[in-house]
Ligand binder design. Sequence first.
Ligand code: NAP
Length: 497
Amino acid sequence: MMVAIIGSGFAGLGMAIRLQAEGIDDYVILERGTDVGGTWRDNTYPGAACDIPSHLYSLSFAPKRDWTRVYSPQPEIWQYLRELVERFDLRDRIRFGADVVRCEWNEGDHLWHLTTADGTTLTADVVVNGIGFLRDPGIPSFPGQEEFAGPQLHTCRWDHEVDLTGKRVAVIGTGASAIQVVPAIADQVASLTVFQRTAPWVVPSRDRAYSQWERALYRRLPGLARANRTLTYLQKEVRYPLVFARHQLPVRIAERYVRTWLAQQVADPELRAAVTPDFGLGCKRVVISSDWYPTLQRDDVTLETTDIDRFTPSGVVLADGRQIDLDVVVYGTGFRANKPLGTMDVIGRDGTSLAQYWGPRPTAHLGVSVPGFPNMFTLLGPNTGLGHNSVVVMVETEIEYVMQALRILRDEPELAALDVTQQAHDDFVDEIDRRHRGQAWAAGCHSWYLNDEGDNFAVWPGSTVEYRRRLRRFDRKNYRHIRADRPDRALLGSQTA
Ligand code: NAP
């Protein structure tokens, strides 16, 4: 059984490590870049770091004990992922520069036929899609943008050749990325204009460096590192029922706490009003920073809340007619999250295109399986993102779910493929939609969690404890069993045909 894993970030590498541990050696990792690491390879902007503690934001079956900080910076997380390749001897399994542009299911041989951008083809029994949502930059268009004379950078495609020293720089956006890059470059640039469309909820960071003795203790006592991980997990998890399910009292207490901290941080009433969020906590992703408000109060930093009307060769003109002269523009404007396939063409049974099947709203049973796309499993797919805990927990849960499907396929040679039923998929999507109503992210804000129709396609509407429970056993009754010798029969029923 050949497994093609697309992507070599946390999901792809984690899948490969588990396959290897299970003795499933017939697999390949297809990576479009020249190195592993996914989002942690691509997001090299100054200040990039994870805002989930590293002992939790790492694979439990491939732990690192000597993280240098509570919230590790991007280079350390990327290095961790690169080291996994050597530690688990994965290098020979990775095909770099393999940008999968087409995946087509063939009913005749029950195989996925994959094509990469350079025309190479390969077949696989199973495709595990580990490409994630937050991959391709979302750059808004403004009139005159291409006429701007200076460099324009996106946070996830940082150009380190561009020297910001002494430059007049604009950062557009105030999400998790922008909020890290702004304090990181403030000392270097001549002036910084931050364009804020919506004031985010910001909470203080508890980041600190681990001391030598703490790191030595974690190295020598693996149980201590595991206890740290579990404790951190529980601390994060408790926020789901308290805050994100929007029980009135805990939400009000949390909002009051954050507003009080904000008032202590920002003395000027005008600036304070401008940075005070006008929507409920948790509706958009809460961002963590102790540097954000102090940076906005520097003399050489300006928070601009007037919209950009157009670009000129020397800067931007605002909606109220003011001109701001700029040397460099930085887009901290997020990702094209509702186009998770990017440019990949996925063709399932009966020639159905996954992009067309999804339309504006990606969906999948348990976030993993889409009907009509047999033996294709997505890691960190639709509605499996989190606002309250580590997505690595979700990825691991999905990997174990997929492992069970693979064991079934391996141990039952008469079974060619598993294809989730339309009913199971639709029931799951209905459930998700019902449960999202009244939750934090449905509190009336605009965020990347929602598509243009207002459907939440990104976030899991429950606790991770529940998600883990629901994926603990592969629910094979929700899958059509396509038999190797009688493919047509499989289309008749949801059980083995
Ligand atoms: P984001 O959360 O989507 O934020 C994009 C920002 O750009 C928002 O402030 C948005 O304003 C603004 N924006 C978008 N289009 C604009 C336009 N036309 N004009 C003005 N402003 C515009 O993107 P992100 O900050 O890259 O973060 C995306 C996700 O990546 C996060 O939610 C998180 O899951 C992950 N991430 C995590 C970390 C971490 O662990 N520390 C760091 C970075 C990213 P509006 O709010 O008004 O839409």
